[in-house]
Design a binder for this molecule. Structure first.
Ligand code: SAM
Length: 209
């Protein structure tokens, strides 16, 4: 399938995060937490190499840590929201041509099939109403044997409360939904692990050869 250009007119409804959520995701304490705790926890032992794609990069907090810790990694960081693309571009500028930041909708990625060695998705699928499409796109752009790695929030009273300002812009996954969707895709070894008393799910899978 040929790469698609990003065309905002074709996106029916991709809601933005609330101003509060954007402020949190770009705050120094969150960035420090992402660097020290979230990145190693999310990687689940996977060593990132080659060319990676991050969907929904937000402020680029996770990308910054990945590029700092893995000097041979190249990363394309994408987000739908132009505000976040601006923030991430500033955060990742110091990595020169190892980092590219682009505006892209995770449900219609503008990249050819099989381009990436690794696709990363950190706490973003619950912001995508059609998250199944984003997952399918992530697998499409992986090379055979490439890995999908990420984590997300599961449906709970706590996260419903925290996202109530975003209303219909979020769709928290039910336990088991991610596992079912991964089984439908061209992946081997789909693996999920629940954490934080069932509030979070980490996942990884390899693209089938
Ligand atoms: C909670 S933030 C997580 C940011 C980052 N991954 C992290 O862990 O720090 C979710 C991000 O997903 C982005 N997003 C939401 N829907 C998207 C879509 N359809 N395509 C790409 N990015 C999207 C939002 O703009 C936001 O920056």
């Amino acid at each position: 399938m040929p790469a698609r250009e990003f065309d905002p007119a074709t996106v029916l409804f991709v809601p933005e995060m609330s101003a509060l959520a954007k402020a949190f995701c770009t705050s120094p304490p969150y960035r420090a937490f992402a660097r020290r705790v979230l990145v190693p926890w999310c990687l689940q032992g996977v060593r990132p190499t080659g060319e990676a794609l991050e969907i929904g990069t937000g402020s680029g907090a996770m990308a910054t840590q990945l590029l700092s810790a893995h000097p041979d990694l190249r990363l394309v960081a994408t987000d739908y929201d132009p505000d976040m693309v601006r923030v991430a571009s500033a955060s990742l500028a110091r990595f020169g041509d190892r980092a590219v930041v682009e505006q892209a909708d995770a449900t219609a990625l503008p990249f050819e099939d099989g381009r990436f060695d690794l696709v990363l998705s950190f706490a973003m699928l619950h912001h995508v109403v059609e998250w199944e499409k984003a997952l399918a796109e992530a697998v499409r752009v992986l090379r055979p044997g490439g890995r999908l790695v990420g984590y997300d929030l599961l449906d709970s009273a706590l996260f419903r409360l925290l996202h109530q300002r975003e209303g219909h812009g979020t769709r928290l996954m039910q336990p088991g939904e991610l596992e079912t969707k991964l089984k439908d895709l061209l992946v081997t070894e789909p693996h999920t692990r629940h954490a934080a008393s069932g509030l979070l799910v980490r996942f990884q899978a390899s693209k089938a050869a």
